[in-house]
Design a protein around this ligand. Sequence first.
Ligand code: GAL
Length: 427
Amino acid sequence: MLSIANATGPKPYLAGLLSGFLSCSLPVAAHTDGDIHLAHWWVSPGEQAGIAVIREYIERADLHFSDTAIPGSGTARYYQTLNQLLASGSTPTASQVIGYDIHLWARQGRLVSLDDVARKEEWNEVIPYAIQQLSMYDGHWYAAPFNVHSTNWLWVNQHQLEAIGGQEPDTWDDFIVLLEKARQAGIIGLAIGNEPWEQTLLFESVAAGVGGVPFYRRNFLELAPQSGDRETFEQAFGRMRKLQEFVGDEYTRMVWSDATQQVHNGEALLQVQGSWVDGEFTAENQQPGTDYQCFRFPDTQGMVLFNADQYMLLNESDASADTRRKLASLLMDSDLQRDVNLASGAIPARVDATRSAFGDCGQKAISDMRNANMRRTLMGSVAMGNAHPAPIKEAVYRIVARHFQGDINDRQASEQLVQVLTDSKSD
Ligand code: GAL
């Protein structure tokens, strides 16, 4: 693997490492038929375990695997570097991609259509509709969704939970009682990193909990705030302020995987993050139910805020049509999806996946996704760009981050947010 930087390291080093890296020329393009070069942002231990599975399947199919890891968890930072790779003539066969970014790349005509494989393998029968809407653009398949993560989870250190006499919080009030107990016991209640997407990930669960399904759908998916929604957002921002009381001071120097370490070590009681945390715990041999717990974020039970990882195949790469077909088909293979998701903490993107191979958290996630798919409560994550296009997502990041830093108050943040959503609709 060619790694651009270690995402778990402190952020300030990142820019330097990236510019240093990009100044060298990279032998990343696929040269011989059967070579598959993947670009992705899977750099943490759990994510790397997921890549190892993809590699194994590709090699078993007699194809040659190589990869470039670029940290950035699907943010502008990642795509900027990817674009630089492409501009230097080092186009990977495929790149990891999430959410509405797929439409952006498809609109620019840079993606290979996967319609043939999709038709033959009946992708539209097995992939939840909410995810198909992201993988498809203008009626054509442009990305292969190989997992479903969900963001409205609490990841809790079970030993600390027992030590403080806490239990699963059903409601917001229960949640605050639990965090207070952690504080009294001298441990950090809520571990979080200092990245706008992480703070937005927390905010989307808080907002979903305050406003419920129609509110989330109307505002974030349909971009159509109604009267009264600003007040609901103000309440959500008020809850964000409350949660900050339980965050440790060192959060400013952390990213999400550092926060996961704090939960793992017992320095912190819990983290609100996507199911990739399950992959980190699995990589550390932690057992769900014994060492850690996954609880739905209070007041969001029944909703699944999702983030589906996908691969888009780039038409500037020199892979043959046959190699591309094989890759697309492999990514959607039921066995690959089972194994990669056992390693990385997500679940298969296919509704026909069997639950039995998965641990407690994976089984819960599969049942939750199936129910949410049927009841239309499977809704794209704002933070991960599955709810709306990137410019809106980034405007939301800025508001949430400025509020988190204390630059704006609850009322200002809610006004700005409603403004962004309203303007986006009319664009
Ligand atoms: C997301 C991605 C997940 C996980 C996470 C943290 O964008 O979909 O699979 O990698 O970032 O890096």
